[in-house]
Design a binder for this molecule. Structure first.
Ligand SMILES: [Zn+2]
Length: 311
């Protein structure tokens, strides 16, 4: 299963389909935009003009690559309910997402069901990845008990990304996938690469699982308790209210500083952060709750929220 079929996910899916991995399930809630084409393979300008759902466009391309394998596409957001409705547990999950809320959901589902998954991320010119084998390696929450909001670490949308940072990190991720599927072997540690700075190294090789980790230590699996319906259209206002995945609120000033050049009309006070991005207007409260104006589509608002606030 590949969750997130953007830059990371399309490259990983392409390599796995060509390698002959017999059954791929692609999950992505977004549609193709022309700005994706710099780094996302399997898509073209026609997909962007038609705003095709990424999972479906990628599956169509992969069936032309290898018609002997099965490719399933799901163009909804991954949720506990959707995962539980699958006929079979996946043998392996690859992370192609762009936010920690989605990654923690994968993390906690994988721990609950004992499924190996491979975290991957890339932004700017750096990439990182880690194979997580429940019970045998630290999980993602062991390393990041409280993940930073996306706006603080940046995303491909807000900071840009070097396309070779993507392919470098996917090279590690897909190699790990093939080793796991063929031989049950995996690498311990966090793979960090920066092709621009010619860095490629394995860090934290000897880090052990944290017995106090809420996910793999205590088994509380907090991501599975997040409300699935966290975005609600506001009647007649062309706006959607989006609730944060995390609790504990947000430092609005830091959030504002992290927005970079992609946001305009930024106004920040102690109580509120307002900005404009992607033809939408955002009002973010200290709790992390946000109103997204300019759309009445809850899914679209959730995507924009995760892209710019990501809490
Ligand atoms: Zn853990």
């Amino acid at each position: 299963m590949i969750v997130g079929v953007g830059a990371l996910g399309t490259h990983a899916a392409d390599a796995l389909a060509r390698a002959g991995v017999g059954h791929l399930t692609l999950v992505d809630r977004d549609v193709v935009e022309v700005s994706n084409l710099q780094r996302q393979c399997l898509f073209d300008e026609e997909d962007a003009r038609r705003a095709r759902p990424k999972a479906i466009a990628a599956a169509t391309a992969l069936r032309r690559v290898n018609e002997s394998i099965r490719v399933d596409a799901d163009s909804e957001e991954l949720s506990v309910e959707r995962f539980d409705a699958l006929a079979d547990r996946p043998d392996l999950i690859l992370d192609g997402t762009d936010n920690f809320a989605a990654r923690m959901l994968i993390n906690d589902l994988a721990i609950r069901d004992g499924v190996t998954w491979i975290y991957a991320a890339a932004v700017g010119s750096t990439g990182r990845a880690m194979t997580i084998v429940p019970g045998r390696t630290p999980c993602l929450r062991c390393l990041m008990p409280t993940p930073p909001p996306t706006a603080e670490v940046g995303t491909c949308e807000s900071m840009g990304v070097l396309s070779t940072a993507i392919t470098s990190v996917v090279s590690f991720q897909v190699t790990e996938a093939l080793r796991w599927l063929c031989r049950g072997e995996f690498t311990r540690g966090v793979w960090v690469c920066d092709p621009w700075e010619t860095i490629a190294e394995l860090r934290m090789r000897h880090t052990a699982p944290d017995p106090n980790c809420d996910s793999c230590g205590r088994g509380e699996l907090p991501a599975l308790r997040t409300r699935a319906e966290s975005a609600t259209p506001l009647c007649g206002r062309n706006a959607v209210q989006v609730m944060p995945h995390a609790t504990g609120g947000v430092d609005l000033r830091k959030l504002a500083d992290g927005l970079g050049d992609w946001a305009s009309s930024v106004e920040c006070s102690h109580q509120l952060l307002r900005f404009q991005a992607d033809d939408a207007r955002f009002t973010v409260f200290r709790s992390g709750r946000a109103l997204v104006f300019g759309t009445d589509d809850a899914g679209r608002a959730r995507i924009l929220y995760d892209r710019y606030v990501g809490l």
